[in-house]
Design a protein around this ligand. Structure first.
Ligand SMILES: Cc1cc2nc3c(=O)[nH]c(=O)nc-3n(C[C@H](O)[C@H](O)[C@H](O)COP(=O)(O)O)c2cc1C
Length: 263
């Protein structure tokens, strides 16, 4: 399965260094100070090795500008075709790096990802068509089928999941925040989506984000032997861009969506 390949690459990529986990408390009032070590947490959910990334690059103002340019370049692209300007290995590397470095609440690492390319990607969209055909009214089917064929015409899909046992274990350990953990897991999942979407577009791919869950969850689990406690959250369709993004309206920023005090 694609995930096992990704896991091996993340361990052998040479970008990460194996080291003991380290957590820093920030004073008596900091809940992190009483947070169990990541090793305790992960003994229950996964057997992965603890790793620590070291960056020798100092961030600069120029880097933040180019980062924001990259953020600006990410758009929703629906017209996609079945090729990729980058190798499958590079796509896996992007996803592995996102999995390693995107943050999660208490470093709970609740996001799970499956990469489907080529025939496996086609299979996903055939499954989705089959499921939707059974429920979409006949007079609306042509439009739905056209839309789904559009996704199938792309090169690959990244599936994003939330690992329910990780969320439950956090809720048990930190009862005070129990109601927060599902939302935090979704926020972290969304950060993975944004990071991978942006990185793929920076490499010359186009992408769009879809949500056919929970309709397709069971078939996805069966087809790729996905653990039942991985909850599907989103599908990022990607491929060679064959068209541009749609026009986009922007609300006002200063004063409307952004307030500043004390500058
Ligand atoms: C949380 C979230 C959910 C979205 N769900 C869908 C979706 O189900 N289908 C779709 O075509 N686009 C979806 N989108 C894409 C948005 O419609 C799109 O990002 C937005 O219109 C801004 O356009 P842009 O991506 O080109 O900047 C979603 C985006 C976000 C952030």
């Amino acid at each position: 399965m694609a995930t096992s390949t990704i896991f091996k690459r993340s361990i052998h990529s040479g970008v990460v260094k194996i080291t003991a986990p380290r957590l820093r408390g920030r004073g008596v009032g900091d809940i992190r100070a009483c947070f169990p070590s990541t090793s305790t947490l992960h003994q229950q959910t996964t057997s992965t090795t603890k790793i620590k990334h070291f960056s020798t690059t100092q961030p600069t103002a120029k880097m933040s500008t180019s980062f924001l340019e990259t953020v600006k370049s990410r758009r929703t692209i629906y017209q996609l075709s079945k090729s990729s300007p980058i190798s499958d290995a590079k796509i896996q590397e992007i996803i592995s790096q996102a999995i390693l470095h995107v943050p999660s609440s208490f470093n709970s690492q609740s996001t799970r990802i499956v990469l489907l390319v080529k025939e496996e990607h086609d299979k996903l969209w055939e499954i989705t068509k089959e499921i939707l055909k059974a429920i979409v009214p006949a007079d609306g089917w042509a439009a739905t089928e056209g839309r789904l064929n559009g996704f199938k015409a792309a090169y690959g899909t990244v599936l994003f999941f939330e690992h329910r046992p990780t969320v439950s274990s956090m809720q048990e350990k930190f009862a005070l925040y129990a109601d927060k953990f599902p939302g935090w897991a979704t926020q972290s999942d969304a950060m993975h989506q944004f990071t991978i979407w942006t990185a793929l577009e920076a490499e010359g791919l186009g992408a769009n984000l879809q949500h056919y869950n929970p309709l397709i969850d069971q078939k996805v689990q069966e087809t790729w032997a996905i653990e039942k406690d991985w909850e599907l959250n989103a599908q990022l369709v990607f491929g060679k861009p064959e068209g541009g993004p749609m026009e986009k309206d922007f609300m006002g920023v200063e004063g409307e969506r952004f307030k500043v005090f004390g500058v």
